[in-house]
Design a protein around this ligand. Structure first.
Ligand SMILES: [Mn+2]
Length: 315
């Protein structure tokens, strides 16, 4: 397998061949060829409770990410040497059928985990997490869950639909080997968190950190507490990074932009710390490139992904 990126050539070409995630070689999910991380797209727009467009997220992310090197100059760290990573393509989605799509996503995550690699999913709207946590939870005895999100996502259903982008937190907490006690949402703010979802979170014993609380404690202390709760007594941590937790000014390219979110700098810091917690599976959702002609949202998403992956390589 060869990478599309090279800095060896006289031209230092980083744009050649087919655009893949971070220019990594392609490999089918069925045979990763020994890679330790598999990035896959989930071009999924259905079940969305907000504005549409996240199905174009994986393509935009591939394009933007193909411009980045895997070298961290500040730490002298070569990410792709430490974490051989492949582009495993896009997970099969079936737009008319959310249930079958969730099964497909769950199968993908299990398949990657069974090969001893880290699944990293690029969405797609947040409902894809419902399938992904199902697949990941099946590979451990007890799983913790941390969501970086402006929204609780604890809606019992959205107009009767249980596989919606308003439901990933509750569907995951309902998994028998997850439960509310190890479920944490971090970064909640804005006026799209209705009373019934707050009450549901309390009923299920889900912990959430609002922005005011995070500010009060300080970002690093609050996140350390959040990770401690999510990982207490578990043998695997699932991380879902909803990009709408980022301030709308820094991240306009999303279906539900919320002013007052994390700054780009804070987002990168959160990502690094989450990576250090050694998750068993990661997803990054709600990049909807149509709302951001500048492409800066996709580029920030790339930075967040790189920080998370680099964090997993730290001792
Ligand atoms: Mn969400």
């Amino acid at each position: 397998m060869t990478s599309n990126h090279t800095t060896d050539g006289a031209l230092g070409v980083i744009q050649s061949g087919v655009a893949t995630f971070f220019g990594r070689p392609q490999a089918p999910a069925t045979d990763l060829g020994g890679a330790l991380c598999a990035i896959a797209g989930v071009p999924w727009d259905e079940g969305n409770a907000g504005r549409n467009g996240a199905n174009m997220g994986p393509r935009a992310f591939r394009d933007a990410s193909s411009w980045f090197f895997g070298y961290d100059a500040q730490r002298g760290h070569d990410l792709w040497s430490a974490l051989p990573t492949v582009d495993a393509g896009d997970v099969a989605v079936i737009p008319p059928n959310a249930a079958r799509t969730m099964e497909s996503i769950a199968d993908h995550v299990r398949m990657i985990r069974d090969q001893g690699a880290l699944p990293f999913l690029v969405g797609g709207n947040h409902s894809l997490t419902i399938g992904a946590t199902q697949g990941a939870a099946a590979t451990v005895s007890r799983m913790g869950y941390i969501a970086i999100d402006a929204h609780l996502d604890t809606a019992r259903d959205v107009a009767g639909e249980r596989l919606s982008s308003g439901c990933p937190t509750i569907r995951t907490a309902e998994l028998p080997n997850v439960g509310g006690a190890n479920t944490v949402v971090f970064g909640v703010h804005g006026w799209l968190n209705p009373r019934d979802q707050v009450e549901m979170a309390a009923e299920l014993g889900i912990t959430w950190f609002g922005m005011d609380r995070i500010e009060e404690l300080g970002l690093e202390r609050a996140l350390a507490e959040a990770i401690e709760i999510a990982t207490d007594g578990v043998d695997g941590l699932y991380v879902t990074y909803d990009l709408d937790s980022t301030d709308a000014g820094a991240f306009p390219g999303t279906g539900t932009p919320e002013p007052g979110g994390f700054t780009a700098r804070e987002a990168l810091k959160i990502a690094r710390i989450l990576g250090q917690a050694k998750p068993i599976a990661i997803d990054m959702v709600e990049l909807a490139p149509i709302y951001d002609l500048s492409g800066i949202s996709a580029r920030l998403a790339c930075g967040i992904a790189l920080e998370m992956l680099a964090g997993t390589c730290e001792p």
